[in-house]
Design a protein around this ligand. Structure first.
Ligand code: NI
Length: 131
C-alpha cells in the first residue's frame, strides 16, 4: 500500500488533533468508518431526497468531463446542480438529487471513484410527505 505524503501528513495532523497516539489505530478507525459509510449507503431503500457535495481538482485530466457525463446519465435523479470555484485548484459541485436511492447511490459511487475527485459526501432525507 502506498499513500501520497501529503495525505499521510494531513492524516497525522488529524490524529494529533484528536489525541490519537497510534497511527495504526487511526488507520483502523478510518477503515471502519469507510466500511460503515458504505453499508449505510447500501442499506438505504426507496425514494430519497439528497445532496451530493463533490470537491475535485478541476485541472485533473478529464475529471470535469467525467462528472458532467455522469450527471447527464443520471439526469432523471438530478434536479439541480451548483458549481463553486473554491480555489485556483479546487471546485465544489453541489448536486441536488431526488428519486430511487439505488440510482442516487450509483451516481455517487461513480463520482467517488474518479481520479481527481478529492471528497464526496452524500446526505439524504426521506422524500415522502408522510415522514
Ligand atoms: Ni470551478
Amino acid at each position: 500500500m502506498s499513500l501520497p505524503k501529503k495525505l499521510l501528513n494531513e492524516f497525522d495532523e488529524v490524529l494529533i488533533d484528536r489525541g490519537y497516539n497510534s497511527r495504526s489505530k487511526g488507520i483502523r478507525d478510518a477503515l471502519k468508518d469507510y466500511i460503515v459509510r458504505y453499508q449505510w449507503m447500501k442499506d438505504m431503500g426507496g425514494d430519497r431526497l439528497g445532496i451530493v457535495a463533490v470537491i475535485y481538482e478541476h485541472h485533473y485530466p478529464e475529471v470535469m468531463e467525467d462528472i458532467t457525463d455522469i450527471q447527464h446519465k443520471y439526469r432523471d435523479q438530478i434536479n439541480a446542480s451548483m458549481h463553486l470555484h473554491l480555489s485556483e485548484k479546487n471546485c465544489l459541485e453541489v448536486i441536488i438529487v431526488k428519486g430511487d436511492v439505488s440510482a442516487i447511490r450509483n451516481l455517487t459511487e461513480k463520482i467517488m471513484s474518479l481520479k481527481g475527485v478529492e471528497n464526496v459526501k452524500l446526505t439524504t432525507t426521506s422524500s415522502t410527505k408522510n415522514n
